[in-house]
Design a protein around this ligand. Structure first.
Ligand code: F6R
Length: 249
């Protein structure tokens, strides 16, 4: 299967189209299960979903969500935890019920990690699986925090973050030393089980890795390339992120 790439003049228009897809899904299935990402990329999408809730009555009352990942060692109320990111950028502004959203915990004792990760996988399964998964892409091609070397059969687990991932997060934390060295991340197999996946990528700094993910060989060096094996996968790109794609297609 090939990855469908859709190129928009700018990130706003891409985010609006993805929000429309989510709106249609929720209208069809009010208790839809969404897989959510953090980082800079989905911010415009979340802003549009908040607008749809406020102005168009889109209700998330029955929606269930599972986030991709969480940093190890950050309590939920830490400003850089993905828990607080999600509250600030989405959950505080819509009618989702607190029992219906899920993130892995970053505050696990070493001997509790395996059980927690299995419980996360089981919770996704018990919800009926993920209907619609949102992804961003790291400059090293990671999806979730599945860094290069993660296998296509990987499941939710504790991962070690790469230097490039920590360097990209450093501005938010103040310095690279303050960026956690580990995280809990959904695995590649977990992500690939979603019914439909949309990967968003914006900006020139993503152009090279997007082209590798779409046109390169399926390889553990670029875990986003695993998405080539999925039946319903779309990349929503702005023209800057699609730059190298046009050359290679
Ligand atoms: C976030 C996540 C990561 C990011 C990726 C891109 O939950 O799992 O894979 O999607 O690192 O980050 P941004 O969007 O900040 O460029």
């Amino acid at each position: 299967m090939a990855i469908e790439t859709i190129i928009f003049p700018d990130a706003e228009q891409a985010a609006q189209q993805v929000a429309k897809k989510i709106q249609q899904l929720i209208q069809r299935k009010p208790d839809a299960v969404l897989g959510l990402a953090t980082g800079g990329t989905p911010l415009l999408l979340y802003r549009e979903l908040i607008r749809m809730h406020a102005e168009e009555g889109l209700s998330f009352a029955q929606v269930r969500t599972f986030n991709l990942d969480e940093y190890e060692g950050l309590p939920p109320d830490h400003p850089e935890s993905y828990w607080s990111f999600m509250q600030r950028n989405l959950f505080d502004h819509i009618d989702i019920s607190p029992g219906n959203y899920h993130l892995p915990s970053g505050m696990l004792a070493a001997d509790a990690v395996t059980e927690h990760c299995e419980a996360y996988e089981n919770a996704i399964r018990a919800a009926g699986g993920i209907d619609f998964q949102i992804l961003g892409i790291g400059r090293n091609g990671h999806i979730g925090f599945n860094e290069p070397g993660s296998t296509i059969s990987s499941r939710t687990r504790r991962v070690t973050l790469c230097e490039v991932t920590r360097a990209d997060a450093a501005p938010a934390f103040g310095s690279i030393e303050q960026v956690p060295t580990h995280a809990i991340s959904m695995g590649c197999a977990t992500i690939l089980e979603a019914q439909e996946i949309v990967l968003l990528a914006f900006g020139e700094h993503k152009a090279e890795i997007v082209a590798q993910a779409v046109c390169g060989e399926v390889s553990e060096n670029v875990t986003a390339s695993y998405l080539q094996t999925h039946q319903h996968i779309h990349f929503y790109l702005d023209s800057a992120a699609a730059r190298d794609l046009r050359d290679s297609m």
